[in-house]
Design a protein around this ligand. Structure first.
Ligand code: GRF
Length: 212
């Protein structure tokens, strides 16, 4: 059974979705860069080992990344899952976990990498928004995509209502992506593309606003 380590910085709702999904893997530890991350308490309540590596204790990114990697490696994970982890990781760190490092981002990448995704989507007036689970590569929020979920943007939406609609989908697609990885049904191939033995399912399209 594969071992996974989850990295968080805050609320931890995606981490909680993973803990509650009964994944075919062992969740070896949850690590935060902030001691006050709410998700740490949720992890402890699930009996998961936790650790804090405070980024503020390190002079630069390289030394923080090294300390974080040392803590991660103690748990010998097969997959390292970023779940609302709010530090940018250096190229050396990303290379060390090539093919094993996964992130969820609250937009339909490659649209809206970075922060404030929901605000920017509303400003642009897009009609469809969503979330993306992807392998992490050195370019921020640009790695090979495993799964995406799309939601309609409603006229009355605020960044908060749109974020909530996207977050519901995050909690569905992240456990699915990690399940595929744990079962070797999805992997990163030698050309840095996502390979999968999953059948793609034709489904209905999302048209927003709806057709008459
Ligand atoms: C999520 O929207 C995730 O996509 C983004 O940060 C947020 C984390 O939320 N990377 P939570 O800590 O999982 O509740």
């Amino acid at each position: 059974m594969k071992r996974i380590v989850i990295l968080i910085s805050g609320r931890g709702s995606n981490m909680q979705a993973l803990l509650e999904a009964k994944l075919p893997c062992q969740i070896a530890a949850v690590i935060s860069n902030r001691a006050d991350a709410q998700g740490l308490e949720i992890a402890k309540a699930h009996g998961i080992a936790t650790a804090v590596i405070p980024h503020k204790d390190y002079a630069d990114r390289i030394s923080f990344d090294a300390a974080l990697a040392a803590e991660i490696d103690r748990h010998a994970p097969d997959v390292v899952v970023l779940a609302g982890f709010m530090r940018i990781l250096g190229d050396g760190f990303v290379e060390r976990y090539r093919g094993k490092l996964i992130n969820i981002h609250p937009s339909l990448l490659p649209a809206y990498p970075g922060i404030a995704t929901h605000e920017r989507a509303l400003q642009d007036g897009v009609k469809i928004h969503g979330c993306t689970v992807h392998f992490v590569t050195p370019t921020l929020d640009h790695g090979p995509i495993i799964i995406q979920a799309a939601v309609p943007v409603m006229r009355e939406d605020t960044p908060q209502t749109l974020a909530a609609r996207v977050l519901r989908e995050e909690h569905r697609v992240y456990p699915q992506a990690i399940r595929w990885l744990c079962l070797n049904q999805v992997w990163l191939d030698g050309t840095c593309r996502v390979a999968s033995n999953r059948l793609e399912q034709p489904g209905s399209s999302l048209v927003s606003p709806g057709l008459e």
